[in-house]
Design a protein around this ligand. Structure first.
Ligand SMILES: [Zn+2]
Length: 336
């Protein structure tokens, strides 16, 4: 996966060359730039049997260790993600959770937090000697999902790290982490790639017209690809303001709710710019009807933020889409 993210190669080489002395890294930057891919690539290089270069180069991609990392079954790598993000991290569905889901309590939502039990299991893992080579790696993603208890448990370990252990925390929102946790880690900042590089990569992924999507995502290519895969291509993005003005919720049926919410937020933002006579930032070509006024737009944005809490309800997606589209439409129109 990461081999396809060309903008990560230079920071990867720099980090591998400089990180030997550090046992804990904090990979940070915008969420859609590839923190997880980057962290996995670091782990792969550290665990690789034949890394490139004399010492500490990138992973070979061919050896048994590299394959085990790719399959997420390397005995010296522990990948800690919230239950809700196991698929994104390439991990199989959690056995215990699946069993529970098959029973009567089917409505239990997968956790979006990293829990203390997960950190405890990783600490047990860190106490064992490495199974295959010299290193063991614990990867935590996204680190801002650590709940307070789990963060404190991890902090204690980072204060007294076991010998051959390396920790990689990856975060799209590092400011949300405990300052004490941040200060224990060497920061590795990932930036969004140059626009042309991001556009070329998206075209290579089969995105025919990547420009509006990339702009909609603030230059974060992985987010842009996510939008495309959710059915939101450039044509859909251009029509979105009109769909909402018409209250056409069928047009956005099937969009993941977080994606829809994000698009509605951006629409509110551009309406506010239009009210001030400025060109739109996310929907530059759209002729947005004036009228709602800044006070109502502020209220609309606050209302959308409140809806974000319900965005991961599995049973209510269709109803929630309808409510979001109609609710936003009403709030974008002139008040009484
Ligand atoms: Zn290898």
């Amino acid at each position: 996966m990461s081999a396809a993210l060309p903008w990560l190669q230079a920071p990867l080489a720099r980090t591998l060359a400089s990180a030997r002395a550090h046992h804990a890294l904090l990979v940070q930057g915008p969420a859609g730039v590839g923190q997880l891919a980057f962290a996995l690539e670091l782990a792969r290089a550290w665990l690789c049997e034949h890394p490139g270069g004399a010492r500490g180069g990138p992973a070979c991609g061919q050896c048994r260790s590299c394959h085990l990392v790719d399959e997420r079954s390397h005995p010296d790598l522990r990948l800690i993600v919230p239950e809700a993000q196991r698929a994104e991290a390439g991990l199989p569905e959690d056995g215990a959770a699946a069993e529970e889901g098959a029973g009567s309590k089917k409505t239990r939502k997968p956790s979006r937090a990293i829990l203390i039990e997960q950190i405890r299991a990783a600490l047990d893992f860190s106490a064992l000697t490495a199974a295959r080579g010299a290193h063991k790696v614990v990867l935590v993603y996204p680190a801002e999902a650590l709940n307070a208890v789990a963060a404190n448990a991890l902090l204690k370990t980072l204060e007294e790290p076991p010998g051959a252990m390396r920790f990689v925390l990856a975060s799209g929102d590092a400011q949300a982490l405990l300052p004490t946790l941040r200060s224990r880690c060497q920061p590795v900042a990932l930036a969004a790639p140059a626009r042309e590089e991001a556009l070329a990569w998206l075209r290579g992924q089969g995105v025919a017209e990547p420009e509006p999507l990339l702009d909609a995502c603030g230059g974060q290519p992985l987010r842009a690809l996510e939008l495309q895969r959710a059915g939101l291509d450039a044509a859909a993005w251009r029509q979105f303001p009109q769909w909402i003005a018409r209250g056409d919720s069928a047009a956005v049926a099937g969009w993941p709710l977080p994606v829809l919410l994000d698009a509605l937020h951006k629409l509110c933002h551009d309406h506010a710019l239009a009210t001030l006579g400025a060109p739109g930032r996310y929907f530059p070509g759209a002729r947005l009807a004036p009228g709602a006024g800044l006070a109502r737009l502020t209220e609309a944005a606050a209302w959308l933020r409140a809806q974000t809490r319900h965005a991961d309800h599995p049973w209510s997606a269709a109803l929630a889409t309808e409510a979001l589209v109609q609710g936003t439409r009403a709030r974008l129109q002139p008040g009484p």
